[in-house]
Design a protein. Structure first.
Length: 277
């Protein structure tokens, strides 16, 4: 306290001058219309910019929560898409609308770690067993296919990224319906190869590639990418097709884990068939 008083006493002339100038400016603004208008314009500009900066800062702080809410809303919307249902025509005898039954359920999650510069890349998300996630579930993002669940703990899960040498996805060319398999070659994180398309098929640059619906994991019509280039493999009967991915794995933030409600039932049927063979 003594130091404060000593400081004020030492610079009392400066503080007195500052106070007198403030009083003069206030009197001038109060008694002169031009100066008062100019002051109000400057103050309004300063207050407006201050509020703008404040809103930008608070909006940035709330961005994470807004993204989470948006992901939850998107998952609810995805759960109502037509390809999330299957048709049970045996139920049409009832009056109630029981023809459509849920086939896929979407669980939103956030990416907490990922890699793109390895031969076998993995992704880690903040949802796990307690949220209904199991191994071998498909994972998609806002722009398309992401990967497949590898293993889970109570609250987290690891995924095989689409950028993994062992991951293959059944794909379809939208324009002509031809089917093949998409696989990463371990090079650029922006491209994959589309294999098993024969030379009899008509291809064009910018053709769009979607999931085929043949896989028991991925729903039909999930974007994979677009055809960047293609050439015939000589000698042979197949194209070498380069596909630009619709998902940017370096910027991946929120994803949706796809639960196929009928997956276990289909697996059990296939296992019984293989046992007979």
């Amino acid at each position: 306290m003594r130091n404060i008083f000593a400081f004020i006493f030492r610079y009392h002339a400066f503080f007195l001058l500052l106070m007198l100038e403030t009083v003069c400016v206030a009197l001038m603004i109060q008694n002169n219309g031009f100066h008062r208008a100019a002051f109000l314009n400057v103050s309004d500009e300063f207050v407006g910019k201050s509020y703008k900066v404040y809103n930008e800062v608070t909006d940035y702080i709330r961005l994470g929560e807004e993204n989470r809410l948006l992901a939850d809303e998107n998952s609810r919307l995805r759960n109502t898409l037509p390809n999330s249902y299957y048709a049970d025509t045996s139920s049409i005898k009832t009056v109630r609308d029981t023809i459509r039954h849920t086939l896929y359920h979407y669980i939103p999650a956030r990416v907490i770690q990922t890699s793109t510069n390895r031969l076998n890349n993995y992704i880690y998300i903040n949802k796990g067993r307690d949220h209904g996630i199991k191994p071998r579930m498909a994972v998609i993002g806002p722009n398309g296919v992401v990967g497949i669940v590898k293993s889970v703990s109570d609250h987290f899960a690891s995924l095989y990224s689409m950028l993994h040498s062992q991951v293959t996805v059944s794909a379809r060319v939208k324009q002509n319906g031809s089917r093949g398999t998409v696989k990463w070659d371990g090079k650029s994180p922006y491209y994959v190869n589309l294999e098993e398309i024969t030379r009899q098929e008509q291809l064009h640059q910018r053709d769009t590639i979607f999931t085929s619906g043949v896989s028991r994991l991925f729903p039909d019509n999930i974007p994979i990418g677009i055809v960047e280039s293609f050439d015939l493999i000589e000698p042979g009967n197949f194209y070498d097709i380069r596909v630009m991915l619709s998902t940017d794995f370096k910027k991946l933030d929120y994803v949706y884990v796809v639960s196929n409600i009928m997956h276990e039932e289909i697996d059990s049927l296939i296992n019984r068939t293989e046992d007979v063979q």
